[in-house]
Every structure is written in structure tokens, then in C-alpha cells.
Write a protein that binds this ligand. Structure first.
Ligand SMILES: [Mn+2]
Length: 159
């Protein structure tokens, strides 16, 4: 299955709309926080898809979890914005939280800088910001997950 991963849209839905209109077939959407009201836009316009969203440090509307585990394509993913896990410093807090939940991937945002690496047997993935990139182009992520195997890519040529 194909999962589209956004973060830090900060109230600008246009990049997500563009990405979802040109990416082709997909099966679920993840948003990793600093989503503001954009989660309602996603849920309204893409209601046929499962949407997983967590709150960021700029999300004051509430009503969403601060972190989630999601089972997709046989993989168990840990989702958080990252500000409570020290992601500006290193990935240790993220890795510990993912491990404690039996996850093989940790997805986060917050830094507005994409990360797509394997550390200590885990996929560590930040799609970057689709609306306010820091030091580069706007980005989002695509995961292809089959039988628990998660392949990942950062897309920087659409938005
Ligand atoms: Mn943030």
C-alpha cells in the first residue's frame, strides 16, 4: 500500500492538494502535526481515505492525539510531531518511544527538514514541511509498505 506523509503545513492546504492530485493512487494519508485547521480540510476532501494526524506544538485546537501507532501494510509505525522527543537534538528519544511501542518506523516532523535514514534497525522518517521548508524545496513523503516492509522516499519535485 502507498501512504502519503505530510508535516508542518501550517494552515496552507495548497501543497497537499497539489501533491494528492498528481501522486496517483494512494491508500492512506498521514499528517505529523503543525496541521492547524488543515486536518479538517483533509478529512472533508479525502474522506474516502484513512487519515492519521497528530498534534504539533502549534496546534491549539486539540481533539487529536499527540502521538499514535498505526498498523499499515503489516508495518507498525510510530507517529509524533517530535517536539516532545527532542528531535532537534538527536533521534534517541524517538527511537526509544518507537521501540517501546513495538514499531519498526518512527515518523516525525517539526524541524521542517526532511530525514530518511535507517538507525538501529528502525526507519527514521521526516517528510519535511510541504509549506514552509527550511533551507530547501517544499517536500512530502511517500511510503510503500508491503508485508511489513516499508520503503520510503522524500518527494521534492512536485510542490
Ligand atoms: Mn512544529
Amino acid at each position: 500500500m502507498r501512504v502519503i506523509v505530510f508535516s508542518d503545513s501550517h494552515g496552507d492546504v495548497r501543497p497537499m492538494e497539489k501533491a494528492l492530485s498528481v501522486i496517483g493512487q494512494f491508500d492512506a494519508v498521514i499528517h505529523l502535526g503543525d496541521i492547524e485547521r488543515d486536518v479538517r480540510w483533509l478529512e472533508k476532501n479525502y474522506s474516502q481515505y484513512p487519515i492519521y494526524a497528530v498534534l504539533g506544538n502549534n496546534d491549539f485546537y486539540g481533539g487529536r492525539p499527540a502521538e499514535l501507532t498505526a498498523e499499515l501494510g503489516g508495518a507498525r509505525l510510530y507517529l509524533c510531531h517530535g517536539h516532545t522527543r527532542g528531535v532537534r537534538r538527536d533521534h534517541e528519544g524517538l527511537i526509544a518511544a518507537a521501540r517501546a511501542r513495538g514499531c519498526t518506523a518512527a515518523l516525525f516532523g517539526h524541524t521542517h527538514v526532511p530525514v530518511d535514514v535507517r538507525e538501529e534497525g528502525l526507519l527514521i522518517f521526516n517528510p519535511g514541511s510541504c509549506a514552509q521548508p527550511r533551507g530547501g524545496r517544499p517536500t512530502f513523503g511517500v511510503l510503500e509498505i508491503e508485508n511489513g516492509d516499508c520503503q520510503s522516499v522524500i518527494v521534492d519535485w512536485i510542490l
